[in-house]
Design a protein around this ligand. Structure first.
Ligand code: ADP
Length: 179
């Protein structure tokens, strides 16, 4: 991000975050309750670089963030652990640290706690973009998650910010301060 570009007006995180109205919903994973098949489908049906992990679809409280790259490696056919442990399409995927009770006849679970980033950067919908941009620069972030009242609402990537800046520059040159 260019250090000289600043948001002067009060653009808020909610103005830049995705999904926008009319977009498909945020693609999330749940910390338990999903199968290998479901996660593989999410990987093939989307191109996102990462997925927030939430407690459940009904309770979109953020647990962490997982990179697509790490999921692909962990679930890949070449993954030795996966092959050895008899994992099948219906095997549950667990991002939790402890295993929930499961029946002995259930297929073995794939434990992915180790690839979960447990403290992804978060802001609220009301956080001014000026601050968000500053944090992206200082921490070298690629994305951050947007929360309202403890509920995960959206995501902002570095490209989303750059696109927003370009749009603002086109629409209203005075809205971006070059110093
Ligand atoms: P980039 O913005 O660098 O292209 P991504 O491919 O991850 O990165 O994201 C593409 C677009 O989709 C961005 O606008 C981003 O805000 C949005 N996005 C990223 N991850 C998700 C997700 N899990 N669910 C829904 N939208 C997402």
């Amino acid at each position: 991000l260019e250090a000289k570009e600043e948001f002067r007006h009060k653009t808020l995180a909610t103005d830049v975050m995705r999904p926008r109205r009319g977009d498909p919903l945020l693609s999330v994973l749940t910390e338990s309750g999903m199968t290998v098949e479901e996660v593989e489908r999410l990987i093939t049906d989307t191109t996102y670089s990462g997925f927030p992990v939430v407690i459940s679809q009904q309770s979109p409280r953020l647990v962490g963030f997982v990179l697509r790259r790490d999921l692909v490696i962990s679930l890949g056919e070449k993954n030795a652990r996966r092959n050895q442990e008899g994992v099948v399409s219906m095997s549950p995927i667990l991002f939790t640290e402890c295993d929930p009770p499961m029946s002995p006849s259930a297929p073995p679970a794939v434990k992915l706690h180790s690839i979960l980033d447990l403290s992804p950067f978060t802001v609220t919908v009301h956080t001014p973009m000026e601050i968000v941009v500053d944090i992206f620069r200082k921490l070298g972030l690629r994305q951050c998650l947007v929360i309202q009242n403890g509920r995960l609402l959206g995501i902002i990537t570095k490209k989303d910010i750059l696109k927003h800046m370009a749009q603002m520059a086109n629409r209203d040159p005075d809205s971006i301060l070059f110093n």
